[in-house]
Structures are given as structure tokens and as C-alpha cells.
Design a protein around this ligand. Structure first.
Ligand SMILES: [Fe+2]
Length: 215
């Protein structure tokens, strides 16, 4: 599977091998706790973001053909390929809910943990913007609109250990991104971002209606 990333034709500085190997490793750990099939959760982690090798945007289903090919190449039968694709698609952040298979929960927790790491907004978010062509506002809106409702519904994480160890990081992360979004309605910040854009290659994005900083 690592070869798939080594031979990539698109540059994926955020969703590269470092990301999928982190997610696969942790999906296996969360799977043990959640009573999921550990091998299935780990394999789902390895192929969950192959869509980014195909296109910058469009979601997990864009990667279904490449995912199927990679899974067949490691010897999985058609039923297993279908099951793993379903795990990946149901675990997507923008649409996941309460009713997930244990394997999808394990995958989701591992992927969410990567997003919630305190280093992610500092080191990895600029790489996400470079990879996907999203502006700072696009990314902040995406994070806040997708992840705050999950946190409020009590399904930011599914496993007890992730909740216990990492929910605090998640809270700080969401608060930070809510404040970033709020700050992009302040012309002082927008002017500053546009002045340093030549050094960072990070566009602020278009302005929208002012909103309050999420607490
Ligand atoms: Fe991911």
C-alpha cells in the first residue's frame, strides 16, 4: 500500500502516507476497544484517503475505483472490498452520525484524532490548504461547520479512551478554528494575511457576515 503513495501522481502533503499510516495504526487500536475487526479497521485506514491521490476535492467516493483496485491487489475478495468502501464512506466527517459500524467508528476516531492533534493547525493545516487549494476561510468554515455539530451531538469521538484522552484537544482545536473564522471578519486580520501571503501562500478567503467566536 505504501507503494501506492510512493508512486503518487498528485502531491498530497497533508493526506500522504504519514497521514494514512497514522490513521491505520490508531484505527486498529480503537478497533480493539470498540470490539471491531482490527484488520478491517486498519486496512480501511490505509485506503480511506486514496481519493486525494485522484482529485483534490470530491470526498471518499471519488476514490472508490482506486480503493477497490488497491484492495484487490492485496488479495481481498469483492465482498470485503465493498465492506471496506462502505466503512470509509460512512466514516466521513461531513456525514457521519450515531449509527456507524464499530470499524467505521474506529476509523473515524483515528482520523479525528489526527485533526485534533495540537500540532495540526500549526504544521499540517498549511499543507492541507496547499494540497486542496482551499483558503484559510474555506478551511475554517469546513472545520467549524462539520465538527462543531459532531462535538455538540457527543460523537466527536466514539471510543471511551479517545474521549478521555483527546476530547480536550478537540475542544481547543474547534475553539481555535472558530476564532480564526471570526478573525477573518476583522479587516485588520484580512489586511495582515494579504500582506504576508507572499511568504505563506495562504489566501485569507472572501469575507462573510461577522459571527461570534465559538466557546
Ligand atoms: Fe483522513
Amino acid at each position: 500500500m505504501e507503494d501506492l503513495y510512493a508512486d503518487q501522481t498528485r502531491e498530497v502533503p497533508f493526506h500522504g502516507w504519514h497521514h494514512v499510516s497514522f490513521v491505520a495504526h490508531n484505527a486498529r487500536k480503537f478497533a480493539e476497544e470498540l470490539g471491531a475487526d482490527t484488520a478491517t479497521a486498519e486496512i480501511a485506514g490505509l485506503v480511506h484517503d486514496v481519493n486525494y491521490l485522484v482529485a483534490a476535492r470530491g470526498g471518499a467516493s471519488v476514490g472508490t475505483p482506486l480503493r477497490a483496485r488497491a484492495l484487490r491487489d492485496i488479495g481481498l475478495d469483492a465482498d470485503s472490498v465493498k465492506i471496506i468502501d462502505e466503512i470509509v464512506i460512512t466514516a466521513e466527517t461531513h456525514s457521519r452520525g450515531q449509527d456507524l459500524s464499530p470499524e467505521a467508528m474506529a476509523l473515524s476516531d483515528a482520523d479525528t484524532l489526527f485533526k485534533a492533534l495540537p500540532i495540526t493547525p500549526v504544521i499540517l493545516a498549511p499543507l492541507y490548504m496547499r494540497e486542496t487549494g482551499r483558503s484559510l476561510r474555506d478551511l475554517a468554515e469546513k472545520i467549524v461547520s462539520e465538527q462543531v455539530p459532531l462535538r455538540d451531538d457527543g460523537i466527536y469521538f466514539y471510543s471511551e479512551s479517545a474521549r478521555k484522552k483527546y476530547e480536550g484537544w478537540g475542544d481547543v482545536n474547534l475553539r481555535l478554528w472558530s476564532c480564526i473564522l471570526d478573525s477573518l471578519d476583522d479587516t485588520l486580520v484580512v489586511d495582515l494575511v494579504s500582506q504576508v501571503e507572499k511568504y505563506t501562500s495562504i489566501p485569507a478567503g472572501s469575507q462573510s457576515e461577522p459571527g461570534g467566536c465559538w466557546q
